[in-house]
Design a protein around this ligand. Structure first.
Ligand code: HEC
Length: 122
């Protein structure tokens, strides 16, 4: 192996390391609030105000993250990531007679991003 090849090998190894470091620094499970905002505007805003707490069809979602539910019949103390994830996956399964007539967000990535966005609505 001559010096040039060795150099190329080194450079590509370093690039690979850099990329995997970036991936670690920004783990997917944190969610993307920007993407979540777009999703929420399309999927939730028909029924929920996002920027304030006033009731539309459902309660306003400003400040929802980590707040106790304002609705009855859900088995959660507060709307943390876990509770929101379960609710958004399948509201009816959590509360069979819920007025939130919504099939649920089936994609885990969509739920994660919407929740990351809800977190920002303080
Ligand atoms: C078709 C209308 C509709 C859509 C679409 C909808 N919701 Fe709801 N949502 C409701 C209603 C109505 C309630 C109250 C449910 C109840 O009292 O059982 C509710 C309740 C909630 C609650 C509980 C609020 C609280 O104060 O405890 C959360 C959180 C929530 N929705 C989030 C969302 C998110 C996020 C989306 C979008 C992915 C969404 N909803 C889409 C109508 C809707």
């Amino acid at each position: 192996m001559n010096g040039q090849w060795l150099m190329m090998l080194l450079v590509s190894l370093m690039t690979f390391q850099f990329l995997s470091f970036k991936a670690l620094a920004n783990p997917v499970h944190q969610g993307d609030p920007e993407r979540g905002k777009t999703l929420a505007e399309v999927r939730c805003a028909v029924c929920h105000h996002l920027e304030h707490g006033v009731v539309k069809v459902g309660p306003g979602l400003k400040g929802i993250f980590n707040r106790p539910p304002s609705i009855s019949g859900v088995p959660f103390e507060r709307w943390d990531s876990h509770a929101l994830d379960r609710w958004l996956l399948h509201p009816r399964k959590i509360k069979p007679n819920t007025r939130m007539i919504y099939p649920g967000l089936a994609s885990e990535r969509d739920r994660r991003d919407v929740i990351a966005y809800l977190r920002t609505l303080q």
